[in-house]
Structure formats: C-alpha cells, structure tokens
Design a protein around this ligand. Sequence first.
Ligand code: ZN
Length: 369
Amino acid sequence: MKRNLISPALLLIAFLCCSLLQGQSTKTNLNPNKVTYPSYGSEERSTIIFPKVMGYEVVTCDFHTHTMFSDGLVWPSLRVSEAWTEGLDAIAITDHIEYRPHRKLTVNDHNTSYTIAKEAADAAGFMLIKGTEITRTQKTLGHFNALFIQDANPIDTSDAKASIREAKKQGAFIIWNHPGWAVDSTYIKEFQEDLFREGLIDGIEVFNNTEFYPRVLAWAVEKGLTVISASDAHGSIEKGVLAKEGIHRPMTLVLASERTLAGIREALDKGRTLAYFHNTIAGREVFARGFVNASIKAKLVTKKEKSSDYLLTNLADFTFKFSFGKKKIELPALSSIIITIPNNPTSINLVFGNIFINENQLLAHDLQL
Ligand code: ZN
C-alpha cells in the first residue's frame, strides 16, 4: 500500500487558505477538478528603445503587410496585435487590389481589412495607416504601395498609371515596392522612369522581407526618395531564431516631430527615415550620422600618459558593429563597453560595418570624445 505523503500540517494549511478565500468572497468557487492557468494568448508589449535623433522622435513603422483579404494568412486584427506586442508604433495594411485568392471566403470590398484592423488599433491606441498595394506585372510595371489613402475602391482600375494617379489624387504617399524581387537584376524600367518623371513615386523599398537592394539605396540618394524597409508579411511575424537574437522585423525608422499619423506623414514627405533590417541600417548619410551621434555616448574613464580608457554607452536598441583602426568592435544594444584609445585624440574615426549610406558604402564617422 502507498503511504500518504501529505502531512496533516499541510492539509490544515490548505484548509485554512480555502476558508480564508471563501471568506473574502462568497462567489469564489474553488473547483478541485478544474484549475485555470494564465492564457497563452495573454499579451504584453515589448519596448523598442531609440533616443531622439536630431531632435526627432524615432517612430517604428512597418508600411507593408498583408491579411486574408488579399493573399495573406492572418486576420487584420492579428496584424495589429502582433505589431503592438512587438513594440512597433505604427503599421499599414496594404492588401493587394488585384490579387485576392481568398476572395470567395472573404466577401468584401478593398477597404474591409482596414475597417477590421482599425477597430483593434483604436482599442489599443495603436497607429494604423490606411493603405493598399497596386500589384502589376513585376518585370515590366512593378508593385506600389499607396499609404494614407481615403478609399481603396476607386484605385481598382485596369490601367496601372491611372490607379497610381487616383491614389495620388486622394493624397497618397507612393512607395515602389521591392524593385529587385523576382527579377534577375535591379533596374529602372520604362514605366518607372515615366512615374519618376511625373513625380508619382515618393519612397522606395531598399529592403523587403528578406531582400536588401544596395543599388536601390543609390537611387534613393540620387533622386531624393524616402528609404523604406518593410516586412511584406503574409504569414505571422517571425518569432523564431531572429526574435531570440533580439532582431526585430524589418521596419522603417521614421524621424518624426511628433508620434502621430500626421507626424509620420510629414517625416515621410521630407524623407526623414532610416531603413532597419537584420540589425543593419540603410539611409541617407545625414540621418545615419545623426543616429550614431544620438545613440553612442563616450565618457572618459581613465587618462594615462599614452592612452585613455573610454566608456562607450549605446542608448539604442541596435547593436553597432564598427572597426576602429585594426580592431573590430561590437557595441551591443542598450549596453556599454570600455575601449582603450591611444594618443589621447579629441575624436576617433569609426567605420560602421552595419550602416550603409549608399550602394556598398559604409558610414565612416568621427565620434567626438
Ligand atoms: Zn506586398
């Protein structure tokens, strides 16, 4: 026969606890046959931290996502909750106008995914941008996101240019999506040349999903286009290896004068963005420099005759990788390291291995000491 392992003292404590709980509320119903654990679905929001850059708030945005209302695999409100839990500030849902394989299951017009997501966004105080994706033959015309639209339905026309013009008429910000996707090489075709001439393209994706297009960064710099990085998520957002390593989804860091939709729009129009992906930044030199200056602070620890030790503190949720002379140094996100600097200069030149300011050009920066 098995021995009873529960001591009489423990039974007494359990009995007292039950009595006390029952005393607190007559409604407490302790059912020994059903014990409830916290929900797997309970949500907590992570915090993505960036210091102000050149006086601007850094607003984290993903301007390219899909739902079941085009060829995505998730419901619109889930797009909002996953972005909210990840700590992003804003997203756009950009369902394809022309490609809707689940159409028979989702009887809807082109605004429905936004309407559903907006309810979830408002409930969480989360910023949602109304958008759509104009999706034409990739090899000749391309795909374009229209953000800040009023109504996606009239954008559904047979002529690609007419669709873009209609979006523009509604006040849209137009992004040329993934110029290098599904083509052998990244180049500007006749149709896009024409759009540039007419001033119909405002921004361009230098990074989309898993692809970086270095040449597109050169076009952005040359033509004064706003640089964009976006997930183009169709399924659920990566929570595996990358998330474990602290790498966020691809997103656009918008340098906005205020954390509002109007603030985001103003910054996009002025080209104040940085593209973030796989712990790499790509963007215009002025903002990349501003980002480094705001994020890395140097403080003297010990001064010796022929060298000094400096504490470098990283205020950003971004691991800086740089070379200093022959040394390769990693300054992890939101951390500090001490480095020894010979000959006591007033500044040091760092070359950042994970910050691009042009096609295959890394940022070299004099950090003031
Ligand atoms: Zn897309």
